[in-house]
Design a protein around this ligand. Structure first.
Ligand code: SAM
Length: 308
């Protein structure tokens, strides 16, 4: 089967193994999206797992992590072969492997001086948990993923499929914080998908310690206000989040849903069983994962209001 055929039959997985990435939930999320979409805005694009698998006239990937967006722009504009050759040449030059920490540190230093986006990808491939972390001076500072991380066959295949798919779509990139995004061009058939950092969980991207803004109650309120504004302009949106996690609940989100009875809470299930929220929807971390929409979905997994 050629690479183009494979792409049509299976969802594309981000080559970045992005923390908080929605690849595993795609089967549940995508059927909940509107069927016809003009502009699709992936407002917190991260690894781009969602937008890359969506059919729309135009897909806009936004994330405030500038270096990440630059990397996707490079994947989009360069030939696939040139990207792979660049990566493999770097691996050879720095003798990168599962054990060569010195080589990893050298290419990290080189990246921090030159900021070539494809070198960031090489670093991510060999870094601990494939995490993207910068310090306040915007120096990449994630440690080496000794014996665990490398540019292996799976990552290479994911990268190739991702780049091929990227080139088949009408894509635009943007790298602003969501409050500064210009929503004014959006109208009825457009769609905004939001997968922000979760207020009640911790990811390296919401601690505010990597030279980029963190995620706190202010950001949560600002985003919910923007979603209300979109709703009043009849722009559809979907918001991924968790309403409960390890005994904590996101009361800001729960109150917002209760104040907006026209919104729908679609409960997602990592175990794919068709249970309802009250019984089995918590996963092993006690997480209740939801997709909140301002339109009715055709799947009977939703409720309009929840009380605790
Ligand atoms: C949960 S991840 C998104 C994962 C993505 N949906 C995927 O499946 O690969 C959240 C993303 O939001 C970004 N982010 C955090 N604060 C932001 C802000 N204020 N504006 C825009 N993006 C932000 C982070 O850099 C991170 O990439």
């Amino acid at each position: 089967m050629g690479i183009t055929t494979q792409i049509r039959t299976k969802s594309i997985k981000s080559p970045l193994n992005y923390i908080g990435g929605k690849y595993k939930l795609l089967e549940q999320i995508l059927p909940l999206f509107p069927k016809e979409i003009n502009h699709f805005v992936d407002l917190f694009a991260g690894g781009c797992n969602v937008g890359i698998n969506v059919n729309a006239e135009k897909i806009i990937f936004n994330d405030n992590l500038t270096y990440l967006i630059e990397l996707f722009q490079t994947f989009h504009s360069k030939e696939l072969e040139a990207v792979i050759t660049h990566i493999e040449n770097r691996i050879l030059k720095y003798d990168l492997s599962l054990t060569n920490e010195e080589g990893y540190k050298k290419i990290r230093e080189f990246y921090n001086e030159n900021k070539n986006p494809l070198d960031l990808f090489v670093l991510i491939a060999y870094s601990f948990n494939h995490q993207i972390r910068f310090n306040n001076s915007h120096k990449f500072n994630n440690p080496f993923g000794k014996n665990r991380s490398s540019f292996n066959k799976t990552m290479k295949l994911n990268l190739e499929r991702f780049i091929v798919q990227l080139k088949t779509k009408n894509i635009q990139f943007s790298n602003v914080s969501f409050e500064n995004y210009d929503y004014s061009f959006l109208s009825k058939n457009d769609f905004v998908y939001c997968d922000p950092p979760y207020l009640i969980t911790t990811g390296s991207y919401n601690d505010g310690k990597r030279g980029f803004k963190g995620w706190n109650e202010k950001e949560e309120f600002d985003l919910l206000r923007i979603l209300n504004e979109l709703n009043s302009k009849s722009v559809n949106f979907a918001l991924s989040n968790v309403i409960e996690h390890k005994g904590k609940s996101n009361d800001i989100l729960i109150n917002w849903v209760n104040k907006n009875p026209d919104f729908n809470v679609n409960y997602l299930n990592k175990n794919y069983s068709n249970s309802n929220y009250q019984t089995k929807n918590r996963d092993k971390n006690g997480s209740v994962e939801v997709l909140i929409t301002n339109y009715k979905t055709s799947i009977p997994m939703q409720t309009t209001l929840f009380n605790f």
